[in-house]
Design a protein around this ligand. Structure first.
Ligand SMILES: Nc1ncnc2c1ncn2[C@@H]1O[C@H](COP(=O)(O)OP(=O)(O)OP(=O)(O)O)[C@@H](O)[C@H]1O
Ligand SMILES: [Mg+2]
Length: 455
């Protein structure tokens, strides 16, 4: 900023000083040329160079010399110096370019800035002839101009220094004022990094800082949500893992407490124990596939798969479970679909959906799976004639460990991880999953996945 201020100032200073010098020299030169013209006319008329002398002319030459603080010389055709107001070179010969050119009839003026003088030559023509009879050579010092210039320069320097000082102070004030809100933001962010409580940013000095604060607060909010869900997840996991263990402990303890329990009781309790172990195993398996899914978010194993065959395979595996409750599983394929998917992950998702449709169904109910596609996406729909989900529950069923109606779900069995896993898998394919349900009538899950995978 200071630099930006100084450059134009220096340029302006140089321009002003230069044009002052040029103008002063021009004015002085013009004055002298004028004087010379007048004198030359007089000298020519008098025939001064033809031997006639005049005290008047002499004194006029002296006057010119005095007024302008310079030297006046009169030179005749033989390049002899006839008059010299300095009286030093009278009678000597002078041969200079300017004098020679002047004899050709051209008056010349020349400014020598280095040696600080102006030289003016003017031709003297006789009264009767047009021929140049002599040359008037005036050289005057420009010391006065140089002096005024140096005074001006000094003044300009003072102004310049003052301006630099003022600009520096202004720049410092403006700069620190501009940066201060950002410093505050940095400090707040550092404070937040040490542990986020309710230390939200409120920096509203500029639009930029407001936007920055808002973006930061949004990110902080998201972090909090993530942190909360992580904590909730951990506590849910430990709770879920402990429940079967508690049951096992109770079963084992009550057997141990009876000294001579009948074999039948042993067998019954062992059966229960085995079930609890199976449940524990199921939870751990689900958790592992969820963790695996999170970990391999960027290592999708994408291949072009025949989706019809993939769905058929899943249904074949699940039909025996459906048969236990006499649930009919129907597959309707509208067209052959092949798509770029991770077979393992997509299978996991569809298996969970169909499993749920069978689990949360009525005896003698049905599950309807359909597959369709357009030029961009393929669609899988899993509809059932089951118990349905209440509208206020639908937004939660994709959460980890969330199960509708704990008591009822308890007897059906499950960990509440299935839909969370399914949604993860679909989202990793850049797809979407939606649920429509009517309590008591049935539920429909729709899945939509791009035919070509975009990483
Ligand atoms: N088709 C369905 N009909 C009715 N309720 C369903 C259906 N699918 C899911 N739900 C409800 O959503 C809850 C969450 O389902 P999710 O698949 O995530 O867990 P889960 O089936 O209980 O356990 P698991 O981890 O073994 O799959 C279920 O407990 C159930 O209450
Ligand atoms: Mg499930």
């Amino acid at each position: 900023m200071v630099f930006l201020g100084i450059v134009p100032m220096t340029v302006v200073k140089a321009v002003i000083l230069n044009s002052y010098e040029k103008r002063a020299v021009d004015v002085r030169t013009a004055e002298i040329q004028n004087q010379c013209t007048i004198l030359c006319n007089q000298l020519g008329d008098l025939g001064y160079l033809k031997g006639k002398t005049s005290e008047v002319v002499k004194s006029e030459l002296d006057q010119l010399s005095n007024i302008y603080d310079g030297r006046v010389m009169l030179i005749d055709r033989e390049f002899r110096i006839v008059e010299d107001t300095y009286g030093m070179d009278t009678g000597k010969t002078i041969v200079s370019g300017n004098v020679i050119r002047c004899f050709e009839g051209k008056g010349i003026s020349h400014y020598n800035a280095g040696n600080r003088y102006i030289e003016v030559t003017a031709p003297i023509t006789g009264a009767d002839s047009e021929k140049t009879e002599g040359v008037l050579l005036v050289s005057i010092s420009t010391d006065t101009i140089a002096d005024s210039l140096s005074v001006l320069r000094g003044k300009a320097r003072t102004v310049e220094i003052a301006a630099v000082l003022i600009l520096s102070i202004l720049a410092w004030a403006a700069g620190s004022g501009t940066v201060r809100p950002f410093h505050r933001i940095t400090r707040s962010i550092e404070a937040v990094t040490e542990g986020y409580d309710d230390n939200y940013l409120h920096e509203n000095a500029y639009t930029e800082t407001i936007l920055l604060s808002e973006a930061f607060n949004k990110m902080l909010g998201r972090l909090k949500v993530l942190d909360d869900s992580r904590q909730e997840f951990v506590s849910n996991v430990s709770h879920e893992l402990k429940t079967p263990l508690t049951s096992m402990k109770v079963l084992a303890d009550s057997l141990l407490a009876q000294a001579d329990a009948p074999v039948e009781l042993y067998q019954e309790f062992m059966g229960d124990l085995s079930e609890e172990i199976e449940r524990e195993n199921q939870i751990i398996n689900d958790l592992l596939s969820l963790v695996k899914m999170d970990k391999t978010a960027d290592t999708m194993n994408i291949r072009t798969e025949n989706i019809n065959a993939l769905v058929e395979k899943i249904l074949k595996r699940l039909r025996p479970i459906a048969a236990e409750r006499n649930v009919e599983v129907i597959f309707e394929s509208f067209r052959p679909v092949s798509a770029e998917v991770d077979e393992m992950k997509l299978s996991l998702a569809i298996t969970n959906l169909v499993e749920n449709a069978i689990k949360y169904n009525k005896n003698d109910g049905w599950v309807h799976v359909s597959l369709n596609a357009d030029h961009k996406l393929f669609y899988i729909e899993v509809a059932d004639s089951g118990i349905g989900i209440r509208p206020e529950e639908t937004e939660h069923i994709f959460e980890r460990f969330y199960r509708v109606d704990k008591s009822h779900s308890r007897e059906i069995g499950g960990t509440g991880l299935g839909l969370s896993i399914a949604r993860n898998a679909i989202v990793m394919h850049r797809g979407a999953i939606k649920v429509f349900s009517q309590p008591g009538e049935g539920t429909t899950f729709t899945v939509r996945v791009p035919l070509t995978y975009v990483s």
